[in-house]
Design a protein around this ligand. Structure first.
Ligand SMILES: [Zn+2]
Length: 468
């Protein structure tokens, strides 16, 4: 099977290049002068379009299995594919969570049946109770292990408990104390792996909530109850642990200027700390709340304009190396509940690419940096490079073709998600992914899936990731 993409503006590691791209049997086989005549099975005319490496969304909670009424892997990966994502990294907190090698292997086989994109798997890090599973999960190809720092786990259902007051203490596996977390860092370092965490210090949150003195009723209350200090505090502790152990530590969904400052100061000292942010933190602020409404509720919360500006600076200067959607759906009914009682999180993997493309076309970043933070650097971080994340011969032919002249309005009713309720409903975005290429095949054209399901599991190679 040979695919010939003609006349596109390729975003390569060496910069933009007007050229043709040849893909043979799923792999990029050549970059040719524009207009070169070659025999092929399929030709795609990309004149006037940008050709980027297929996006990698490293932060997806498909709720599958366990909460399939909220979302499932079929819907999340199909939505992602429509939005230009070719690889999804699935978070470990479905039910049961991926806390052992056994569940890891089960989950891999289970998701292989419904994957529209290629996918990698996260493992869950619980501290002492599954320390012996960290090595086996990395050996099986885990992209990283995630610590929901400060969150308890229900002993029977194995679901994460966001609010400790919701359950009697005897039902809870309490979050590991920091001494155990330090041991976890050492264990991940021993296996050359990557440790990521939700960073909001639970004690800072508890005291802030107490000081507020009443339940959260407004957006201001939410920001007061979950201050940026909570994020920066956990990052500061993690930095010391990373320094002490040599463990690579990754801050997921970083939302604040204070968090960024903590990451920067660690990086300046040579500590192996990296960070991700998400479209919600790059495109929304507290000022959007009156328009968007309660559906904007995510943890950590979307903050102020200065935080958003700082995150863009961090992304452009290199402190932030990766972006992810934090796709974490709840039902439409749940998301339409009152602000105080509705769960945090929402759909995002389908709008992830389009929102970043829009921001790029508005000048907040360059096409080259977009390719890095949505593909290349993400692939490197998670041990998938150079197989994934880059336009160069020998890499998987995973691409997103973008029309910079198009514009599209996000509409809940057009989303693939099982529970389509987006904070960007009604927002017009510049540019649009007009085709997704997975493994050398055009699988999406103009939002329509045009090829059978063909997603495969991709194994992370962390030792190899530091080379090249
Ligand atoms: Zn998440």
């Amino acid at each position: 099977m040979r695919l010939h993409i003609t006349n596109g503006n390729l975003i390569t590691p060496d910069g933009p290049l007007r050229a043709d791209l040849l893909c043979d049997d799923g792999v990029i086989s050549g970059v040719l002068d524009a207009g070169t005549r070659v025999d092929c099975d399929e030709r795609y005319d990309a004149a006037g379009k940008l050709v980027l490496p297929g996006f990698i969304d490293p932060h997806v909670h498909s709720r599958d299995p366990g909460n399939n009424h909220k979302e499932d892997f079929d819907h999340s990966t199909r939505g992602a594919l429509v939005g230009g994502v070719t690889t999804v990294l699935e978070m470990p907190n479905a039910i049961p969570p991926v806390e052992t090698l056994e569940v890891f292997e089960q989950r891999r086989a289970y998701h292989e049946k419904s994957a529209w994109t290629d996918f990698g798997l996260w493992g869950l890090a619980l501290g002492e109770s599954n320390l012996d599973q960290i090595g086996p999960m990395f050996a099986a190809g885990a992209v990283g292990v995630k610590l929901f720092w400060g969150y308890a786990l229900h002993k029977e259902t194995r679901s994460l408990i966001y609010n400790l007051d919701d359950e009697p203490p005897e039902n809870l596996l309490m979050p590991p104390p920091n001494g155990q977390v330090l041991r976890l860092f050492a264990e991940v370092a021993r296996h050359g792996g990557l440790l990521a965490a939700h960073c909001e210090d639970k004690d800072v949150l508890a005291t802030s909530q107490e000081q507020l003195g009443h339940p959260i009723e407004s957006y201001e209350d939410l920001l007061a109850a979950r201050p940026a200090t909570a994020e920066a505090t956990t990052i500061a502790i993690a930095t010391e642990f990373a320094k002490a152990t040599g463990c690579r530590f990754h801050v997921v969904h970083m939302a604040s200027e204070a968090g960024l400052e903590a990451v920067r100061s660690a990086q300046r000292r040579g500590v192996p700390v990296s960070a991700e942010t998400c479209p919600q933190y790059l495109t929304l602020t507290d000022q959007d709340y009156p328009r968007v409404g309660p559906v904007m509720k995510v943890y950590p919360p979307v903050r102020e304009q200065r935080d958003q500006d700082a995150l863009w600076n961090g992304l452009n200067e290199g402190s932030i190396v990766s972006t992810g959607s934090d796709h974490a759906p709840h039902t439409v009914e749940e998301k339409n509940r009152g602000f105080a009682t509705q769960p945090a999180g929402g759909v995002g993997c389908e709008t992830f690419g389009p929102l970043l493309i829009d921001a790029m076309l508005r000048g907040r970043t360059t096409a080259e940096r977009l390719a890095q933070v949505a593909a290349t650097e993400t692939a490197k971080l998670y041990g998938l490079y150079p197989r994934k994340g880059v336009i160069r011969p020998g890499s998987d032919a995973d691409l997103v073709i973008v029309d910079p002249e198009a514009s599209r309005t996000v509409r809940n009713e057009e989303l693939v998600a099982k529970q389509p309720v987006s904070p960007w409903h009604g927002v017009e975005l510049r540019g649009a992914p007009v085709a997704t290429v997975l493994c050398g095949e055009v699988v999406v054209r103009d939002r329509e899936v045009v090829a059978p399901r063909r997603g495969r599991f991709v194994r992370a190679e962390h030792a190899a990731a530091s080379v090249g």
